[in-house]
Structure formats: structure tokens, C-alpha cells
Design a protein. Structure first.
Length: 251
């Protein structure tokens, strides 16, 4: 296979489902070698078989993104299998639906550890290998909820807002080393996270109504944004935030 990511080796977190799985498919189809990382081993392995059947190159690694030691293992595995690491998609995430008073300290800390702290851990683990590779590209998956507020998602908003600014801070810190760092802000996308986070059917309908294009997005519509940002076509783009939300935040 040849494509816009020829020569790249990409580590994708939360790769077994939804937006992460779409990244694995789109990146492999465009010539990247992909390390798909998740905690859902069966789904991750099945995805790797699908990629191999289509002629792509991908491996699965188990990685709980909230555990620093597991990050070191995943990055080492990428280098062992494919010789280098050039690209990181910090995508793994969980949502909750608790407001300020209903949220618990444990619940808040859990969301922050997976959605925010893990994004920093991923950059910290991957950047030394990107430097060795002569440069790299990182995409941190935030949310429109990292830009605008809404009632009832206090920890998620905090974490996703932090990802937006950590992205800009890291972009400035590593610009001179040829490592580009950008964030993507999806609107409402049709993935299992919607059911898992107990967002009600009514809330989903409201999100759709708030979306000028009048529908939920598809996971590959987010992966195509990352495809561009991680390709050499985006060589002058760093510290940017790409909103992919059907027009939601343009209003
Ligand atoms: N779906 C949406 O509407 C939407 C909107 C904005 C942002 N996002 C963001 O997109 C990203 C992907 O979400 P999705 O919609 O594809 O959800 P999803 O639930 O389909 O996928 C999330 C994946 O992350 C994995 N994951 C969870 N905790 C993990 C951990 N500790 N370590 C490793 N992997 C872990 C899960 O196993 C799952 O495979 C998340 O960061 C989410 O916040 C989603």
C-alpha cells in the first residue's frame, strides 16, 4: 500500500473502538505502520486481523493510558516492531455525565487521569523517539467540550479544556525540534462512548439539533482530520485546534 502516511509509524490509543479504530483503518490504508493500543484486547486483536486482511501493517498492544509504565512498554514495542515512532494519536477517553455537585472526587480523578493526565504521559513517552526519528506529529483528541461549556459534564470539560492548552504548550516547546502538536475537537460522533457514558437518547437528539449539518459525525470524519495533520501536507501547522463538529461551535 502507498499513501499520504508512507514512512510513518503511528501509535493510536483507544484504538479498539469508535474514533480510535477509524484512525487505525484510515492510517493503515494510507501507508502508515500502526500500533493500536487499548485495554479491550479482543476487539483490538480483531481489528489487527482486519487490517492484515486488507494488506495493511498493524500490531496490537495492551496499554492503559493512565499508567506511566505501560506507556514506556508500548513505545518500546512500536520501535521494536517498526524501527521508530513518528506519530501519536492521544485518543483514548471516557466521559461522564455528572454536574458540579453530583460528581465525586473518585469520579472526577478517573476522568482526569484518562482524558487529561494520559495525554501528557503519552507525549512524554513518545517525544524522545520522535526526536530520534528526526521529527514527528502528535494529535490530541479533545472535544468541542474543550472549547465551550455545557451543564452536567464538569470533569470532562475540565480535562478536555486542559488538553486544548497542553497541546499549544507542547507545540511551542517542541517546534524547534520538528515535532508538531495539534488538537482535534469533535462534535457529536456516533460511537459506543455515547451509550457507555449514559448520555440519554434525548440528549443525543438535542446534540443533533444543535448541529447545523443535522446529524452525528462518523468516526472516520475525525480520522481524516488527523490524517491531514499527521501527513507532511500539514508541515506548517502546529499548536492549532481543528474543530470537526458539523458547525456546532460556529453558532
Ligand atoms: N463520540 C463523541 O461524540 C466524541 C466527541 C468528542 C470527543 N470525543 C473523544 O474521542 C475519543 C474517542 O472516543 P470514542 O467516541 O471513539 O469512544 P469509544 O468509547 O468508542 O472509544 C474509546 C476507547 O478508549 C478506550 N479506553 C478507555 N479507557 C482507556 C484506558 N485507560 N487506556 C486505554 N484505552 C482506554 C476504550 O477501551 C475504547 O476502545 C475520546 O477521547 C472522546 O472523549 C468523542
Amino acid at each position: 500500500m502507498t499513501g499520504r502516511l508512507d514512512g510513518k509509524v503511528a501509535l493510536v490509543t483507544g484504538a479498539a473502538s469508535g474514533i480510535g479504530a477509524a484512525h487505525v483503518r484510515v492510517f493503515a490504508a494510507n501507508g502508515a505502520k500502526v500500533v493500536a493500543a487499548d485495554i479491550q484486547d479482543d476487539k483490538g486483536q480483531a481489528l489487527i486481523r482486519e487490517i492484515a486482511d486488507k494488506g495493511g501493517e498493524a500490531v496490537y498492544v495492551r496499554l492503559d493510558v493512565a499508567q506511566e509504565r505501560e506507556w514506556l512498554g508500548a513505545v518500546a514495542e512500536a520501535v521494536r516492531r517498526f524501527g521508530k515512532l513518528t506519530t501519536l494519536i492521544n485518543n483514548a477517553g471516557i466521559a461522564n455525565t455528572q454536574g458540579v455537585e453530583a460528581e465525586t472526587l473518585a469520579g472526577f480523578n478517573r476522568v482526569v487521569s484518562v482524558d487529561q493526565t494520559a495525554v501528557w504521559l503519552g507525549m512524554k513517552a513518545a517525544i524522545p523517539e520522535m526526536r530520534k526519528a528526526g521529527g514527528g506529529a502528535i494529535v490530541n483528541i479533545s472535544s468541542v467540550f474543550g472549547i465551550i461549556g455545557s451543564p452536567g459534564f464538569i470533569a470532562y470539560h475540565g480535562a478536555k479544556g486542559a488538553v486544548r492548552l497542553m497541546t499549544k504548550a507542547a507545540a511551542l516547546e517542541y517546534a524547534k525540534q520538528g515535532i508538531r502538536v495539534n488538537s482535534i475537537h469533535p462534535g457529536i460522533i456516533d460511537t459506543p462512548i455515547i451509550g457507555d457514558s449514559k448520555i440519554t437518547r434525548e440528549a443525543v437528539e438535542q446534540f443533533k439539533l444543535a448541529t447545523p449539518l443535522g446529524r452525528m459525525g462518523r468516526p472516520e470524519e475525525i480520522a481524516h482530520g488527523s490524517l491531514f495533520l499527521c501527513s507532511d501536507e500539514a508541515s506548517f501547522i502546529t499548536g492549532a485546534e481543528l474543530v470537526i463538529d458539523g458547525g456546532w461551535t460556529a453558532q
